[in-house]
Design a protein around this ligand. Structure first.
Ligand code: GLU
Length: 303
């Protein structure tokens, strides 16, 4: 398959569409990103790698990191993890407080902010040096050296009013065990990891390979847990637009407010598209369109 031609054909089609998306403004540092950047990388399990556009420029992966922190916490805690966070789509915004009060501080799933804060709390309890160990975990998956952007982490910390409200509410229900500031600091750092499309698609290949890192052959997570993480991505990976994304693209994945989207085609490939302008639900406007055309054109969804 000539992926290079497919990528440029799809790009030429979608760039004619008026991009009504907007770069995330609520984290000041993210507002500075060039809105016109566009990168794609697809890494196949059989070692083929295909790039397009700004695929080798670093960007802030934001919520995409929540899949990696979930993987780490799930491996450590096993099924007990689900006593503190659910696996249902929320149908509400990623930072909504409303549901959390009704549901007594148990977040609907690990990919909304409340759920990711609980996962961060678990890792703070379980790891000696969470920031260092999380970074080492990511580095072993992508086989290059990635790092936190301290500017992005600080920038988010300076205006984290809603996340502070979420964590305080959960603390009042007993679902946060550690010091709030310590958990938030870890959470902001993991969201502030910077990666290229290539690094990120390489990183996610373990979820296309039943939990085994294809480069090192190391079992990152067992097959059943890998299946479950893919299922959660399918149902909860795109804020309150997860149904629509699944309808259009038909692959499990996760997006972030930095404009990245990662999708996984189990047993075949993982793929990342990066375009910083976001639609009203917080998903990359062009990234979603690109993936919709891609899976339609080459019949590569899971359905
Ligand atoms: N760090 C961001 C926040 O907590 C992540 C949001 C996202 O990418 O969905 O708001």
């Amino acid at each position: 398959m000539d992926f290079n031609k497919i990528f440029s054909d799809i790009y030429n089609t979608i760039k004619k569409v008026e991009n009504t998306g907007k770069v995330a403004q609520y984290i000041p540092e993210l507002a500075l990103v060039d809105p016109e950047k566009f990168g794609v990388c697809l890494v196949r399990l059989d070692a083929g790698k295909f790039h397009f556009g700004n695929a080798n420029e670093k960007f802030s992966i934001q919520s995409i990191a929540k899949v990696l922190s979930l993987t780490m916490a799930y491996e450590i805690k096993g099924e007990k993890l689900w006593e503190r966070v659910g696996v249902e789509p929320s149908g509400t915004a990623f930072n909504s407080l409303v549901q959390l009060e009704y549901e007594k501080g148990i977040p609907r799933n690990p990919f909304i902010n409340a759920g990711a804060l609980v996962i961060a709390d678990i890792l703070v309890s379980e790891l000696e040096n969470p920031k260092k160990e999380f970074l080492a975990f990511v580095n072993q998956l992508c086989h290059t050296k990635v790092n936190y952007s301290l500017q992005v982490a600080e920038s988010e910390k300076s205006c984290a009013y809603t996340n502070k409200a979420l964590i305080n509410l959960m603390k009042s229900f007993g679902n946060i065990k550690n010091d709030i500031n310590e958990v938030m600091d870890f959470y902001f750092h993991l969201c502030a990891i910077e990666m290229t499309c290539e690094e990120l698609s390489q990183t996610f290949l373990y979820l296309a390979n039943d939990g085994v890192c294809p480069l090192s052959q190391k079992v990152i997570i067992d097959q059943s847990k890998s299946k479950r993480i893919n299922s959660i991505m399918q149902l909860c990976g795109f804020y309150d637009e997860a149904g629509e994304f699944s309808f259009k693209v038909g692959l499990p994945g996760k997006s972030g407010v930095g404009g990245g989207i990662v999708v996984v085609r189990p047993h075949k490939f993982s793929m990342v598209v990066w375009s910083p302008r976001l639609n009203a639900k917080g998903n990359s406007f062009l990234g979603t369109k690109f993936l919709e055309l891609f899976t339609t054109k080459i019949d590569y969804s899971i359905f």
